[in-house]
Design a protein around this ligand. Structure first.
Ligand code: THG
Length: 265
């Protein structure tokens, strides 16, 4: 499984402060710790929510420069704003990267997919459209269909696409766990070559025993065809769940990663 480390995200108060203070030492450490814990990509979201778009552009430039100096892992640029993504990709240079994300909305597809083509990146596509996150599997698949058509139109290979079925809290709608899992299954069935990714922790929002729920959901999702997860690689319980699921789903030859993870303890 591909692990995208989620910790460099301005919605986390300590990280927001780091970004605003241009605290390079702690930001670099956060990138290094995630890479050492097994993150294949480092997600980068610098939208602190105060200041102008120019401020966010300047924060992204600084963050990419700082993180690149400290880790070799490719970065996953997390923004809905084309200007921010463009800045990040220009700073990123020749290194491989991932764009997070595009959705099934005409203007957004037209802005983001050509950017991914131009910079030869991987791309996360959200199973949603201009009206938001659909409640049903069928409508989420329609959004994916629209995105796949746009990829074909702009010459972006599905081999570099990661569909995100989207995760909503089961505390507000008990059907949502199944909707995500069934959407995953359908995506793998309908779009050959495309891979899947999701942000894990939203499922357990508002409930106790979050790590337990997140781990169980990860097991089910890997069985349904999940290829990548945006998650906290510093959380030992979740990393344990990843390695355990890989073994049981037949995705860890000779149980190597599993043994390496649990022998150390
Ligand atoms: N899909 C895609 N991108 C996404 C999401 C998704 N990007 C944002 C988000 N969802 C995933 N990223 C985060 C980042 C931080 C936290 C949650 C999701 C977070 N972290 C707390 C912390 O580190 O302090 C707590 C971590 C925990 O308890 O597990 O809240 O769905 N494409």
């Amino acid at each position: 499984m591909i692990i995208v480390g989620e910790k460099i995200n301005a919605t986390i108060p300590l990280v927001s402060t780091m970004i605003q203070n241009r605290d390079a030492q702690n930001l670099a450490a956060l990138a290094q710790k995630q890479a050492a814990a097994g993150a294949d990509y480092i997600d980068v979201n610098v939208a602190v929510g105060v200041g102008s778009r120019e401020d966010e552009i300047s924060a992204m430039k600084w963050a990419v420069e700082t993180i690149q100096k400290s880790v070799d892992a490719p970065l996953c640029f997390d923004s809905a704003d084309r200007a921010i993504l463009e800045t990040a990709l220009d700073m990123n240079g020749d290194r491989f990267a991932m764009i997070n994300s595009v959705k099934a909305e005409e203007d957004n597809l037209k802005e983001i997919i050509p950017l991914a083509v131009h910079h030869n990146t991987a791309l996360i596509a959200l199973a949603m459209d201009e009206q938001g996150i659909p409640k049903t599997v069928r409508d989420r698949l329609s959004a994916c269909e629209k995105i796949a058509k746009a990829c074909q139109k702009y010459g972006f290979s599905l081999d570099n696409l990661f569909f995100d079925p989207l995760v909503l809290p089961v505390s507000t709608d008990i059907r949502q766990g199944r909707v995500t899992l069934d959407t995953l299954t359908q995506i793998k069935k309908n779009f050959s070559g495309a891979r899947t990714v999701m942000g894990l922790s939203n499922v357990s929002y508002g409930l106790p025993n979050r790590a337990g729920l997140n781990s169980a959901f990860l097991h089910m999702a890997i069985f349904a065809g999940l290829d990548a997860a945006i998650m906290d690689p510093l959380d030992q319980q979740i990393i344990g769940a990843v390695r355990t699921a890989e073994v049981l789903a037949g995705k860890d030859r000779h149980c190597r990663r599993y043994t390496r993870t649990f022998r150390r303890k």
